[in-house]
Design a protein. Structure first.
Length: 403
């Protein structure tokens, strides 16, 4: 069952367990009352069954969680496809069709909010407008527009800008186009010999952050570590993406500055991604695989604030959260990273990320308890996004009746 037609003004959903995204313990036999696109009440079934005038959706023993927040992705790219590199050169029309298909996969997997960190020709902003106007079905989008790199720097999806004034202009053009966040790329993704170099000067980094903050929006940086990370933190950057080779000293700096690290494990840890890379590139990732895993684990153990993203694969955020657990996070930490803390990174914590009264009704129903088996997140039974039943599994035991 898919589509906007599955919306009701007032309904009560029933399940077997609710993990609400807060620090409270799970609630057995929960009920969530949805009015319009907001949660009106959430708690024990016994306390809410007497609500009058509400339709009732019974999902049996399903476990409810907040809709997932993918904090790092790209709409038009899927890096598990063998020909992904050539596909990046497709026309804007073809890229848009890719984006529509990819967002559908994301939504069906439980992702109700997606932070898109770079597309060609502001494709992400067009998709955001289409979703918000009801012309397209997809997750809520937080968009960066064009990601910003140096001419010689990394970034297949990024646009080149050199020197402080060009960087300043790029940021301002993104803001004018409707960017919610500014992304700069400061390092490569794989590690070469010696120290990790910065592709941008300290002045260029400072300008990008300053211009974003002047407009009241956040700034983030693709950065695997090194001097660029220190410059970004000194400039007041809001978050660091990836951090694959972050040192203990840099972990301490992140904690001291109280900044976010967005962990994206799969580029190094998912074999399917590595097999889709050109041979030389795949070998470079494999050489760094062990160290990248160790450093991500060190960041988690060290107490860095972290959220999670899937970075150009789709419908697989639950697998990224499983990687977090393999890297040392508890199941609860992984769930919080993919819900409440993802909302905080996006600046949307007053609207999404938890199942509490007043929040937007983004609700994921799954089979099994992810607190004991994180893989349960991959067993999606239904997705409610903005108070609308956007997806339900065929054969899902669900009844509907008026109270």
């Amino acid at each position: 069952m898919r589509g906007n037609e599955n919306s009701m003004d007032r309904f009560l959903i029933l399940g077997g367990l609710m993990i609400d995204g807060t620090d409270r313990p799970p609630i057995e036999r929960p009920a969530i009352l949805v009015e319009g696109d907001r949660i009106a009440a959430a708690g024990r079934r016994e306390d809410l069954r007497r609500v009058k005038g509400a339709r009732e959706l019974d999902f049996g023993d399903a476990v409810f969680l907040p809709g997932l927040v993918d904090c790092h992705n790209h709409l038009a790219a899927d890096l598990t496809q063998k020909d992904w590199l050539s596909r990046l050169g497709s026309t804007d029309a073809e890229l848009t069709l890719n984006a529509i298909s990819n967002m559908s996969s994301d939504l069906r997997s439980g992702v109700t909010t997606l932070r898109c960190l770079g597309e060609r020709n502001f494709l992400d902003m067009a998709c955001k407008k289409a979703i918000e106007s009801g012309r397209m079905l997809g997750p809520r989008l937080v968009v960066a527009g064009r990601s910003i790199r140096s001419t010689h720097g990394h970034g297949f999806l990024a646009s080149p800008f050199d020197g402080p004034e060009e960087v300043r202009r790029a940021v301002r053009e993104n803001i004018k186009a409707g960017a919610n966040v500014i992304k700069i790329l400061t390092t490569a993704t794989v590690r070469g010999q010696g120290e990790i170099r910065s592709d941008y000067s300290k002045e260029e980094i400072f300008v990008a952050v300053e211009e974003a903050h002047r407009a009241g929006i956040r700034a983030t940086a693709h950065c695997i570590g090194g001097v660029a990370l220190e410059w970004c933190l000194e400039a007041g950057i809001d978050s660091i993406e990836h951090g694959y080779f972050i040192t203990d000293r840099e972990i301490d700096l992140l904690i001291k500055r109280d900044r976010w690290l967005i962990l994206t494990p799969s580029p190094y840890l998912m074999e399917e991604r590595l097999e889709a890379l050109p041979l030389e590139m795949a070998e470079a990732f494999r050489r760094g695989q062990q160290e990248a895993g160790e450093r991500m684990a060190a960041a988690i153990k060290g107490g860095v604030k972290f959220a999670v993203g899937s970075d150009a694969i789709h419908g697989r955020l639950a697998q990224e959260m499983e990687y977090l657990v393999k890297l040392g996070a508890t199941e609860r930490q992984a769930i919080i990273a993919g819900t409440r803390d993802g909302a905080r990174v996006c600046g949307l914590e007053q609207d999404i990320g938890t199942l509490e009264p007043g929040r937007i009704a983004d609700i994921l129903a799954i089979e099994g308890n992810p607190l004991s088996d994180i893989q349960a997140l991959q067993k999606v039974k239904a997705v409610i996004c903005r108070g609308k039943l956007s997806y339900s599994q065929q054969g899902c035991r669900m009844t509907s009746r008026s109270k």
